[in-house]
Ligand binder design. Structure first.
Ligand code: FAD
Ligand code: MLT
Ligand code: ZN
Length: 483
């Protein structure tokens, strides 16, 4: 388990659970929402990658904001540390306890509160599973501005708290733009009602943004309002092959210019990622089997005019083929083929997991430089590991994954801090969309200045003076000592 960066000590100012605490929680939540069952705790203590493991003895399942408020107020007064947990699909060790923190999961708060068909504004509780929101909206003729491979388990509260990016970011942008409001409960139990449903509202500081992407370190998100785009009738998806990275990059510039407003996804994977998917996931086949290709690009368009959109995409593909940017390609003929293309891209994290231990990095790097890091890392590690590159090329977001035979401090020492230094040197970000969690709390300075991090620590101290909310995560441990 773990990495060099995860070696932390339990904060001695935190209390340990006692029987009075359990009685209090049972009084507020009812017996069955105070979970001490070993199997359920085992699942809640361990992250999706099976890399980080806590030893919490308690999982709480509040049913409404008032219960969240009571629990937090109590934990704060008793100095019991807590970890907010959603679908537990996070990839940086942020969603599981490090030691014995109480796990609070909003999964029972899963109601849709309102949906306005005129504005497309959805208001719902934080525990709604993303896929359920996608299906609900589909019936209403709308879509979520956010989609990602973990949609079957992740919760909207978790998405907002990580400011998840995902597969539609290139078209609809960040949750900082799409989330119109939210309700959050602070460590002392105070409920902040910022559940606005207005697109424009410049009255004072827009505090909801503090909770978007702060990974449960400032409060528990209990409700969100989100702007959802209408579902458009024509969706096309092409699966393409490029022989070198420069072609992928040029294809992106061309796609932005030529497909313009209908471009809705631009994703890439290298041949190492493709091999993993083909070898480890059942029923997946290569849509371009006639030759081995170095890179694959998935382009989706979404628009309102079927013949115009198709014509536009076909002309773009023909031109890209003629100019040699793509060496092969196929356009999905039906919805099944379209989902089989998405399965390849969305299946990469699962295939990596099945292949064995993985060191995962989620980086923003200027597109021209992005793949050089993968190549440098391959040279550095030689035969000792499989270096895999894929991600949201359209957003300048590389997922650099290193699949190794075992978790090993020697391999890790060859990867870190090299990968962070490389990223910092190119003015990139060491967390594009997954957050810092436990994995990168001490690495924040590679992407943010000392003054900025100091201000973050002051905000944390103001909102959570006892440091009970998701301790050891996000901010460097040296700045988060509490007495
Ligand atoms: P969790 O994993 O449970 O928690 C994540 C963080 O949010 C933790 O710090 C936790 O404390 C906090 N948190 C959770 N709920 C709340 C709440 N209600 N209030 C306050 N804090 C809370 N991420 C992307 O950005 N883009 C992707 O394309 C993407 N694809 C993925 C594909 C797969 C297969 C997997 C496994 C993960 C993927 N992720 C992706 C990462 C992850 O799914 C997202 O970060 C997701 O948003 C996490 O949601 P969750 O409900 O599982 O949260
Ligand atoms: C993805 O884009 O597939 C996700 O962010 C998960 C990952 O990086 O593995
Ligand atoms: Zn991603």
């Amino acid at each position: 388990f773990g990495s060099l960066a995860t070696k932390v000590e339990r904060n001695p100012s935190f209390s340990s659970l006692n029987s009075d605490d359990l009685s209090y929680f049972k009084g507020v939540l009812g017996e069955k929402n105070v979970v001490q069952d070993e199997d359920r705790l085992e699942t809640a203590n361990i992250d999706w990658m099976h890399k980080y493991k806590g030893s919490s003895k308690l999982l709480l399942l509040p049913r409404n904001t008032e219960e969240v408020s009571k629990i937090l107020e109590y934990c704060n007064s008793r100095r019991l540390a807590v970890v907010p947990q959603g679908g537990n699909t996070g990839l940086v060790g942020g969603s599981v306890p490090v030691f014995d923190e109480v796990i609070i999961n909003a999964g029972s708060m899963n109601k849709i509160i309102a949906f306005d068909k005129v504005s497309g504004i959805l208001v719902c509780e934080a525990g709604c599973i993303l896929e359920n929101l996608i299906s609900y909206l589909d019936n209403q003729g709308f879509i979520m501005p956010l989609d990602l491979g973990a949609k079957g388990s992740c919760q909207i509260g978790g998405n907002v708290s990580t400011n998840a990016g995902g597969l539609r970011f290139v078209r609809y942008g960040s949750l900082h733009g799409n989330v119109l409001g939210l309700e959050a409960v602070l460590a002392n139990g105070d409920v902040l009602d910022m559940l606005g449903t207005l697109r424009k509202d410049n009255t004072g500081y827009d505090l909801k943004h503090l909770f978007i992407g702060s990974e449960g370190s400032l409060g528990i998100v209990t409700k969100v309002s989100i702007l959802t785009p209408p579902k458009l009738s024509s969706v096309n998806i092409a699966f393409l092959a490029c022989e070198d990275y420069l072609s992928c990059q040029k294809l992106l510039s061309e796609a932005k210019r030529k497909l313009g407003e209908i471009l809705s996804a631009f994703e890439f994977l290298d041949s190492h990622a493709m091999d993993l998917v083909l070898n480890h996931l059942e029923g997946v086949r290569n849509p371009l089997p006639s030759a081995v290709h170095n890179f694959y690009v998935l382009i989706e368009t979404t628009g309102s005019d079927e013949s115009y959109d198709k014509e536009k995409l076909e002309a773009f593909l023909l031109h890209s083929m003629e100019s040699g940017l793509i060496s092969d390609g196929v356009l999905a003929q039906d919805i099944n083929q379209a989902s089989s293309f998405w399965r390849i891209r969305e299946g990469v994290p699962e295939a990596l997991m099945r292949a064995g231990p993985v060191y995962k990095y989620d980086l923003s790097i200027p597109v021209e430089k992005m793949y050089s890091l993968v190549e440098d890392m391959r040279l550095r590690l030689g035969q000792s590991a499989n270096v895999v590159g894929y991600g949201h090329l359209g957003d300048g977001n590389l997922h650099l994954n290193i699949s190794a035979p075992r978790y090993d401090d020697t391999i890790l020492a060859q990867i870190e801090p090299y990968v962070y230094e490389w990223t910092s040197k190119h003015r990139g970000s060491i967390s594009a969309e997954h957050g810092l969690g436990l994995m990168k709390a001490n690495e924040i300075f590679y992407s943010k200045s000392h003054e900025t991090v100091q201000l973050m620590a002051s905000i944390k101290k103001l909102l959570d003076p006892n440091g009970i909310l998701n301790p050891y995560k996000v901010l460097p441990h040296s700045l988060c000592s509490y007495s």
